[in-house]
Design a protein around this ligand. Structure first.
Ligand SMILES: *Cc1c(COP(=O)(O)O)cnc(C)c1O
Length: 389
């Protein structure tokens, strides 16, 4: 079969039993009970037991030593970059192909995103291309990596596990080591994704998760900082809770902290969601397998599957059009949305957005190419219940 917009609609219809959103939460566990408990007891805000419980569940599930819950994933990134030592006028390596929050967090510090290219194998940062670029433009003096072109320090690297597919972390960690960059994983999309058997977010000095409404697990809005360093975890808690010094009654704060603490009522939702995470992941994997089979015999498009070293959560499922079919992308988006199958293109590459056009960058041909050919298709865990056939 050759590719036409109608072919994609028919193929989606062969898997899905009816209209489908891109990613909806599944609220089928103890959400009502735990939130009611918050309301009944009055513990709805900055204190209460669900925050500690949620943080413990995150640490247990990911295998990372410590988790600190925050109001959003972007807030978690902001605080994590502070803790990574990023300062005003530093540069931070981020992928061009990511959600805008990754780069926004860098700018909150007065630092500058430095955009890096993707590789098709993972949809994430290309370690070899990054190394070649840094060999070209960076020099290390007294342990500090400096961009020879801009004169700024390059302080950190924030890879993203794009749509839940792990970036190639081992070679990336080697590049970060070589150039003395702090590795901060943006694992916002990859709760339940593993790199060589180890959960994502367990490789950088710090990493972050997001629990926005469209993520695999939701708290309404929320995020978390993960780290294996107990000292950094304590600092993360302090920094995100107004840096209040413990005292019976005095209001004393020792740095200008953030009010980024996740409310108890949101954490209650999160606890109920975490109890179902294994089921969500299983459902998402079954849906991905059904898509893979359904699209296998259609020329001109392929269903993107996890890289060989990875077990992915398939957060947002990806169709990749063949290069000579890229011109069909918008017609496919129109036809599928008209048929009530919600589909979306990838994010506009960030170096094209007005606030980022002057930022330093390498050649971004793969990010541009992926953007031109990529379509996200319905991915909610609940859709697995009703797979046709
Ligand atoms: C969702 C997401 C975030 C954080 O988003 P919030 O809505 O602030 O929780 C950060 N980076 C990436 C790549 C994301 O997908």
């Amino acid at each position: 079969m050759t590719l036409e917009p109608a072919t994609v609609v028919e193929t989606l219809a062969s898997v899905l039993s009816g209209p489908a959103a891109l990613h909806e939460p599944t609220i089928t566990g103890n959400e009502w009970d735990y939130v009611k408990d918050c309301l009944d007891t009055g513990w709805v805000s900055t204190a209460g037991g669900y925050v500690d419980r949620f943080e413990k569940m995150l640490a247990d599930f990911t295998g990372v030593g410590h988790a600190v819950a925050t109001v959003t994933g972007t807030a978690a990134l902001h605080a994590a970059l502070v803790l990574a030592g990023v300062k005003a006028d530093d540069e931070v390596i981020v992928p061009a192909l990511t959600f805008v929050g990754t780069a926004n967090a860098v700018t909150y510090l007065g630092a500058v995103p430095h955009f890096a290219d993707a590789e098709e194998r993972t949809l994430g940062l290309d370690p070899a291309k990054l190394e070649a670029h840094l060999d070209d433009i960076a020099e290390i003096t007294d342990g500090i990596c400096r961009n020879k072109v801009t004169g700024r320090r390059i302080a950190a690297c924030v890879p993203v596990h794009t749509f839940g597919h792990p970036v190639d972390l081992d070679p990336l960690a080697v590049v970060c080591e070589k150039f003395n960059l702090v590795l901060v994983e943006d694992a916002a999309e990859s709760l339940g994704s593993y790199y060589n058997g180890r959960h994502t977010g367990n490789h950088g000095r710090l990493s972050v998760l997001s629990f926005n409404g469209n993520k695999t697990v939701t708290t309404g809005g929320g995020g978390a900082i993960l780290t294996n360093d107990a000292d950094l975890a304590a600092k993360a808690k302090h920094l995100t809770t107004t840096a209040k010094v413990a005292h019976k009654w005095e209001y004393s704060h020792d740095i200008a902290g953030f009010n980024y603490r996740l409310p108890n009522i949101n954490a209650a939702l999160g606890c109920a969601q975490m109890e179902q995470l294994s089921d969500f992941l299983e459902g998402k994997r079954r849906l991905a397998q059904a898509y893979e089979a359904a699209f296998a015999n259609i020329d001109g498009v392929r269903f993107f599957t996890e890289p060989p070293f990875a077990k992915s959560n398939y957060w947002l499922n990806v169709l990749l059009l063949d290069p000579d079919m890229a011109a069909l992308r918008d017609d496919i988006l129109a036809a599928t949305n008209d048929s009530d199958f919600m589909t979306r293109p990838a994010w506009t590459p960030l170096h094209r957005l007005p606030m980022f056009t002057d930022c330093p960058k390498m050649g971004l041909t793969v990010a541009e190419d992926l953007y031109a050919r990529l379509i996200n298709i319905p991915s909610s865990p609940g859709l697995a219940e009703a797979i046709n056939g």
